[in-house]
Design a protein around this ligand. Structure first.
Ligand SMILES: Cc1cc2nc3c(=O)[nH]c(=O)nc-3n(C[C@H](O)[C@H](O)[C@H](O)COP(=O)(O)OP(=O)(O)OC[C@H]3O[C@@H](n4cnc5c(N)ncnc54)[C@H](O)[C@@H]3O)c2cc1C
Length: 389
């Protein structure tokens, strides 16, 4: 019975979506003293469509929120090495300590999202799974004043709030109901097939590139390695869909011999997951009484593995913006856009899969610079304590 407990008469914020963007935003708002309701139509603790490599910015956020230890305690291995394999050439890099982070992590989404949702609940967020957003409540002045919630028990309930935050993913209903226009749309979208393998020795993150394809091996929970191969949509539709394991192994055999050798003795745990791809977008981030965070406002192709990292960054920018009063949301929009443009552009080029080996190396240098600038900005901007909501 999801609706066993009635809602409060009014909330500071309703957050729609309880995964990395929503749970982080709700937790931070509640820690600032706000009264927050968070809903998600999924069941608690479930997995979702996503690989889950965290970049340094995400690890910085989890650490500063006091949650990195929980990720480690859940058996998520520390990743201390990254290798870029360009055809026959391997570039091995140790993860250098910086901004208090000396390792990367790739927690399964059911691990990470649960830790964040539990932390939100511990901070006082009224958390309800298996409930869906049905609409927004709008005042005569056009301002959003709450949400209509399907409680999952056959009831539809209007709930009042100062702000409704859409953390409801790339197909965001909040964005649709609020009329958030798309400011930029990506031209390229890669398809991907990924699965979890037992028996691959942990050599850190390994990223593979050859014109037309990319792949990766990411150590994760339960001693498993998440292995993916990315390809143009047409290749996926014509050759891979419907034969995912054979397709994943076959592509590795054909284009990534080092990965194929690692996969040969490894055992696949369950059926792989295929994704046909989705074009990135940058939507308007906020308006009167509403805001978007995570993929709802800003989605980019998975080829730069940066969606979770950006979601955790923007959760903090948005929570601080909400606390700082009416001008805060305009600043959230400006800051999110300024921090996201470089990543959006470089992701667009990498996601084309239409580069030479020299060009993709240059793109990785550019990606690295964008990430470093973002981390420096976060370290400087999040150092001060947030104000109360
Ligand atoms: C194949 C793939 C691989 C990826 N790999 C990586 C990677 O390695 N590293 C990385 O950083 N990022 C990766 N990403 C991107 C990453 O998955 C997203 O950026 C991230 O999931 C965004 O989190 P979110 O909280 O914004 O949205 P989501 O994780 O999509 O969560 C949205 C939530 O909103 C809920 N919801 C939706 N509509 C409603 C509604 N009407 N009412 C109530 N609840 C609702 C959903 O149930 C869901 O739980 C990948 C993405 C894909 C598709």
């Amino acid at each position: 019975m999801p609706y066993a407990k009635p809602f409060a008469p009014h909330y500071t914020a309703i957050v729609v979506g309880a995964r990395c963007a929503g749970a982080a935003t709700a937790m931070l708002l509640a820690r600032q003293g706000a009264r927050v309701l968070m809903i998600d139509r999924d069941r608690r603790g479930t997995d979702t469509l996503s690989t889950h490599a965290l970049m340094r910015g995400a690890v910085m956020q989890l650490s500063s929120w006091g949650l990195l230890d929980k990720v480690i305690d859940a058996g998520t291995p520390a990743i201390r090495k990254t290798s870029f394999i360009y055809g026959d050439e391997a570039v091995d890099l140790d993860i250098q300590p910086s901004h208090g982070v000396d390792a990367l992590y790739a927690p399964r989404r059911y691990v990470l999202d649960s830790i964040l949702a539990d932390a939100a609940e511990a901070a006082g967020v009224d958390t309800r799974f298996e409930m869906s957003l049905r609409g927004l409540l709008t005042g005569a002045d056009g301002r959003v004043r709450g949400a209509v919630i399907d409680t999952g028990d056959g009831e539809t309930v209007p709930v009042s709030a100062d702000i409704v935050i859409g953390a409801d993913g790339k197909q965001s209903s909040v964005a649709r109901f609020a009329g958030a226009e798309v400011q930029r749309r990506a031209q390229h979208a890669t398809a991907v097939v990924y699965g979890y393998f037992d028996g691959i020795p942990d050599h850190g993150n390994r990223w593979y590139f050859t014109p037309g394809y990319a792949a990766g091996a990411i150590p994760t929970n339960n001693g498993q390695t998440c292995v993916f191969v990315s390809m143009p949509r047409l290749t996926y539709l014509e050759q891979i869909r419907g034969r995912l394991e054979a397709g994943l192994r076959g592509l590795a055999d054909d284009v990534f011999p080092d990965l194929a050798a690692r996969l040969a003795p490894a055992k696949l745990d369950r059926r792989p997951i295929g994704f046909v791809g989705h074009h990135g977008h940058l939507r308007r981030a906020a308006g009167p009484g509403w805001a978007l965070v995570g993929d709802a406002g800003y989605f980019k192709d998975q080829s730069t593995a940066h969606g979770i990292t950006d979601a955790l960054r923007d959760a903090e920018i948005l929570a601080r913006a909400v606390a700082s009063g009416p001008s805060g949301l305009a600043r959230y929009q400006e800051t999110r856009d300024a921090l996201s443009r470089g990543m959006f552009d470089v992701t667009e080029r990498i996601a084309s899969l239409d580069w030479s080996m020299d060009e993709v190396k240059r793109l990785h240098f550019r990606l690295n610079k964008v990430m470093k600038d973002e981390q420096d900005w976060m370290a400087a901007s999040f150092a001060a304590e947030p104000r109360a909501a």
